[in-house]
Design a protein around this ligand. Structure first.
Ligand SMILES: NC(=O)c1ccc[n+]([C@@H]2O[C@H](COP(=O)([O-])OP(=O)(O)OC[C@H]3O[C@@H](n4cnc5c(N)ncnc54)[C@H](OP(=O)(O)O)[C@@H]3O)[C@@H](O)[C@H]2O)c1
Length: 300
């Protein structure tokens, strides 16, 4: 008699913010690679609609939606608890969810919303799930950064960016933090003798829900001018993230992105990054600050 395959026999991936944009494309590709994918999402109605759309395309795939709000530490802890109750292992964690705001916004802990969601939320989530990852080179934590990381540093004395003059500095700082986190996690995994890989990637530029908070007139103008020339499709933008997640040649701490015009589009390869983003003293300080802000130690 043929044995039935259960989820515990499958490779399992979590994609945060999987209901739209890059996360949606990454989810589809992971399904086609045979993963059971957990769409870790905030808006359940939208996510269930996305799940139905994906299942229409991949009817035999194994897909589930689970609720998480990455700006809310309690929600992240509840997600991790529920995930652990349902799943015995995790092979790939794609820390994809992200927000971009053009006005100051804070979470309920009074932390700047982009730093809270894009960096701290994923820092906490990873800390709660890493013990489920098999000790293997194919186990991956993929952190999403951005070309915007080049426009910031970590403002340790002003982490909420309250004295920063430019509207996009908080986003840039949060995406720099994601990149630095990926490197520091890799160093900690290596010093613990683990084979799990921590890697980072950026998608270049793609017209997605990320820009929903931008002024409508500006976005309309951009969609007739800048977008068609400089940006690529969301499907193409997902490729560096998929390379980081799946390619067997990938090494810890590598940073992938598009290699075409201004690194905004094109085929995936190693991406450029600032010297500042590679400073180990900054990484150690950010790690300690992040532990302090989430209120717990990140144990490897
Ligand atoms: N698009 C670009 O050009 C670009 C460039 C560089 C980097 N990136 C990065 O790429 C990643 C994906 O962005 P995208 O372009 O695909 O944008 P997107 O279409 O807006 O997708 C972002 C996803 O994140 C989710 N999300 C936002 N806040 C959340 C929260 N608090 N908890 C849980 N999920 C949350 C959104 O869910 P909801 O539906 O609930 O809002 C959505 O599913 C982000 O990390 C972004 O910084 C994008």
């Amino acid at each position: 008699m043929a044995q039935q395959t259960t989820i515990n026999d499958m490779k399992v991936a979590i994609v945060t913010g999987a209901n739209s944009g890059i996360g949606y494309e990454v989810t589809k590709s992971l399904l086609s690679e045979g993963f059971h994918v957990v769409m870790a999402c905030r808006n359940l109605e939208k996510s269930n609609d996305s799940k139905e759309q994906i299942l229409a395309e991949f009817p035999t795939s194994s897909l589930e939606v689970m609720a998480i709000d990455l700006s809310d530490f309690e929600s992240i802890k509840a997600f991790a608890q529920e995930f652990k109750a349902k799943h015995q292992h995790l092979n790939i964690l794609v820390n994809n969810a992200g927000v971009l705001f053009n006005k100051p916004k804070k979470n309920k802990n009074n932390i700047e919303m982009q730093f809270a969601t894009n960096h701290l939320g994923h820092f906490l989530l990873t800390s709660l799930l890493i013990d489920l990852m098999p000790d293997s080179k194919s186990s991956r934590v993929v952190s999403l950064s951005s070309l915007a990381h080049k426009k910031a540093e970590i403002f340790f004395d002003d982490i909420n960016c309250e004295t920063q003059a430019k509207w996009d500095t908080p986003y840039a700082q949060s995406k720099l933090a994601c990149l630095i986190f990926a490197d520091e996690l890799q160093r900690k995994l290596e010093s613990a003798g683990k084979k799990i890989i921590s890697v980072s990637a950026h998608p270049g530029g793609t017209d997605s829900g990320l820009f929903d908070h931008m002024p409508k007139l500006l976005m309309t103008i951009m969609r007739y001018t800048f977008v068609p020339i400089f940006l690529h499709t969301t499907e193409s933008a997902a490729k560096p993230i998929l390379k980081a997640a799946l390619d067997s040649s990938v090494k810890g701490s590598e940073y992938y992105g598009p290699t075409g015009l201004f690194e905004m589009k094109g085929p995936p390869g190693i991406a450029s990054r600032t010297q500042y983003s590679q400073r180990e003293d900054v990484a150690a300080r950010l790690w300690a600050l992040s532990e302090e802000m989430i209120g717990s130690e990140f144990k490897i």
